[in-house]
Write a protein that binds this ligand. Sequence first.
Ligand code: 13P
Length: 257
Amino acid sequence: MNRKYRKTVIAGNWKMNQLCSGVKPFIEQLREAMPRTKTCEVVLCTPALMIPAMVRAGKDARVAAGGQDVSKYEKGAYTGEISADMLLDAGAKYCIVGHSERREYHHESDSLINEKAKALLAKGITPIICVGESLEQREKDLTMEYIAYQVCAALSGIDGTQVRRCIIAYEPIWAIGTGKTATAEQAQEVCEFIRGVIRKLYGARSARAVSILYGGSMNAKNAAELLSMPDIDGGLIGGASLKPADFAAIIAATAQE
Ligand code: 13P
């Protein structure tokens, strides 16, 4: 983390879990368990239906609401889609784009992810842009090449002012939901590399202002070590964000100096 230059962000990704009726009790338990923090932005990215409940419950607890996906289209005949305007109207401040599960199961391309990020920026919603290599790519030593490609593609046509409003999440696919976390050194190496890619594209000032998160089996036990790394500005947390006590412990791990 480097609080001097950028925000620390702990974001939960509930994926397709929980129910609207469970949001309020969850936040009540989280509030009891989590430390009061002014230095860490806490976000829960829920299925779109739960955003209004999250906005209501999260207000006093200082938990911001986020979506998990957005349409690239502004409005119109796109059955089943949810626009950036709708997310904004519901109260979302953040939205994940390019999660590896959407890339894999919904065949999302890098150019689609880029369009989605732009759709969010146009409405003032912070995109949390996910990138990450597969195990095969890591084993073939292609990690950095692939990450550079993903970052450049996701940020294509986004200017220097807008990039400072983006968050990048490094989520190695082999670490998601597997219990196999990247070591703090592995995660730092790639997050530092991502900042270097942003520096090349936008210069040092922009690069140091962008928060870069790590995601992939982050939990109450390993959070402090990951967060002690200079280029890891927070976490994008799946499984552990479904349990208030675990999520609270990860938020508490940002309190270190
Ligand atoms: P897990 O924390 O369950 O590994 O999930 C990570 C993730 O995909 C967050 O977006």
